[in-house]
Design a protein. Sequence first.
Length: 479
Amino acid sequence: MSAVVLVMCSELRAMLRNRTALAGIVLLAMLTLVSTLVSHHHMRSAEEHRARQQAAAQAAFDAQPDRHPHRVVHYGHFVYRLPSALAAFDAGVDPFTGSSMFLEGHRQNTANFGDVMQSSVLVRFGQLTPAFVLQVLAPLVLVFLGYGVLAQERGRGTLRQLMLQGASTCAIVAGKLAALCLVAGTFALPAFVGLAILAARPEASSAVALALMLAYAVYLVTWCVLVAAVSALVPRRRDALLALVALWAVVALLVPRIAPDIAHAAFPLPDRFQTDVAIAADLRRIGNSHDADDPYFSAFKRDVLERYGVERIEDLPVNYKGLVAVEGERLTSELFDRYAARSAGLQQRQNALVATFATLSPAIALRQLSMAAAQTDLAAHLHFLQQAEAHRYRMVQQLNQLQADGVRYADDTATDAGADRRKRVDRAHWQAIPPFAFRPQPASMLLAAMLPGTLVLLGWLLVALAVLALAARRMEASR
């Protein structure tokens, strides 16, 4: 049996004999298991609830009676985004952004009904997910388990005895590190089993799940190497513990907390009130489809009459009011898209600035790639908004065109007792509108989004290994 294995087994036996260390290992492993089960149950419940709500919204939309198409435009429709297969592993920003949208004419709404808005304030402190346990809590437990793996050997004088018995410094350090890595594997095992079960679902990607497991393995191994390196560099156990706790607090808590604040200050995002005021001002400038004397729509009227070769809108073969509705929706949607693109650009810049802090904190790199893999990041949220808006525009314009083609202008402007009935169209028209179906990002895009964070994690691991090698040489020189 090699010296590395002997040292590893000896260290593991010492941990198991230490009741405090054993309790820490068991408790965190149980916490990882519980978080996996709870998060999986929560996401399954959320998926079933959203599916029921989507079915109910679609049924209510289809159940509308024969009516004027523009009334259907204002009736609106709810659409929902079902959680991704891996969302149970890392909830990401989904609890804050919302999972549904109300689609209506002349407006572009945003997502709403996020879990944070519907739950107690405790949700704001973070959900108990496997990702949270492995990103934040597991490194802290590794710190308390491993801060003395080498410092205590130097303090007690047993390090020299091990070397005199034939164990090299490299073997001692490798054995201690292997013991810590096995403990870290114990923490990650329940989460990885749950992740494998989630990856077995038809809509999931095994490649993405495997890449996510490898990223978390690299992250935990990096912490093991850092713990061993500090324990080797600092001769006193107490000082090693203080240094490692400070490192954990900065890397896992402080930097991930202040990075979003710095990004928000660098790229401030206008609030909803400011945006609504600016949109209202721009709407007045581009034209009012409800104002017959509006310059833009006066010119539009002339163009329509010239195109059809008539002199009065009453002589048009289509309903002029429907054409105005189509043009008005096109103008307002282009304006809404510009504001949405501006907001998305600012958010993406904020996110990119936060990502640069990964050089100071591997937790940020892991968090970004973890959310990308679970499709619970900003990109997935914007992807949902874009698809929902595209569906809204198609639906509204189809109804507006139905008004132009299916309702006579004379009936649309009539005020007699039977006019309301004559301007109604068959409800089969909106029942034929295809339902909304969110299309998730393909696995290739997810893997590409995970790549930068993975490279940063590998860089942290290489730096940590270099520091550990330096510490081992110092130990060798000082024996």
